[in-house]
Design a protein around this ligand. Structure first.
Ligand code: PGA
Length: 247
């Protein structure tokens, strides 16, 4: 059985003080029998949030990492640093990082490999822009992102990776992909994973949908065959997150 995962992506929101309050508010609402809940939070919130969720099943996630262990990379944070403070998962290659911070499929690949080296679960993001969807090249774009992002991984390593499909036009816009659109791409992702790592591995890997997931649409999306949960931005900062986790 594939793992069901709901990961909140807090993005650049919440000071440490606010993060503690949010985590305290959400903590008692996150119990679920069949899903893993992750709070992916800004670097400075990691330690305070880890204190709040200690003793629960909620996993701590970061939103990025650097692909080297250490060195002259002013302002960056490494995998061993994250590991040392109890981080379990890390979002890699979010479209906002690709767009505003020049991340490429090549840097995404280096980061995925580095996360795996430190036993951090990579949540590797992929997704097409509106113009790519309109040009009918969504699946091609996604296949390239998956192939390049997961280059050099063994099947055993691939099993540790979580994929998040996030159409860029649906992020933070309130424009959610239809369940059919989301399922179509998540299925195509599983097909390419099968080509790369074998069907057995592809069947074991969790694929999340992200982009305006809300309390109102989560249940319908998560019912789809190839959608194993969600990467949730805006709605993970509100009480609504409970409804999404329960879905
Ligand atoms: P959103 O963000 O849920 O606010 O659309 C999702 C994401 O970017 O991970």
């Amino acid at each position: 059985m594939r793992k069901k995962i709901v990961a909140g992506n807090w993005k650049m929101n919440k000071t440490p003080t606010e993060a503690i309050a949010l985590a305290e508010m959400l903590k008692p609402k996150m119990s679920t029998d069949n899903a893993t809940v992750v709070f992916c939070v800004p670097y400075v919130d990691l330690v305070p949030v880890s204190e709040v969720i200690k003793g629960t099943d909620i996993l701590l996630g970061a939103e990025n990492l650097h692909f080297e262990d250490k060195g002259a990379y002013t302002g960056e944070i490494s995998a061993p640093m994250l590991k040392d403070i109890g981080v379990k998962c890390v979002v890699i290659g979010h479209s906002e990082r690709r767009e505003y911070f020049a991340e490429t499929d090549e840097t995404v690949n280096k980061k995925v490999l580095k996360a795996l080296e430190y036993e951090l679960t990579p949540i590797m993001c992929c997704g097409e822009s509106l113009s790519e969807r309109e040009d009918g090249i969504t699946i091609e774009k996604i296949r390239i992102q998956i192939k390049k992002g997961l280059k050099g991984l063994s099947s055993e390593q691939a099993k540790q990776v979580v994929i998040a499909y996030e159409p860029i036009w649906a992020i933070g816009t309130g424009k959610v992909a239809t369940t059919e659109q989301a399922q179509e791409v998540c299925h195509a992702i599983r097909v390419v994973l099968g080509e790369l790592f074998g069907d057995e591995t592809a069947q074991e890997m969790s694929i999340l949908y992200g982009g305006s997931v809300s309390a109102g649409n989560a249940a319908e999306l998560f019912k789809m065959e190839d959608i194993d949960g969600g990467l949730v931005g805006g709605a993970s900062l509100k009480e609504d997150f409970e409804v999404i986790v329960k879905a």
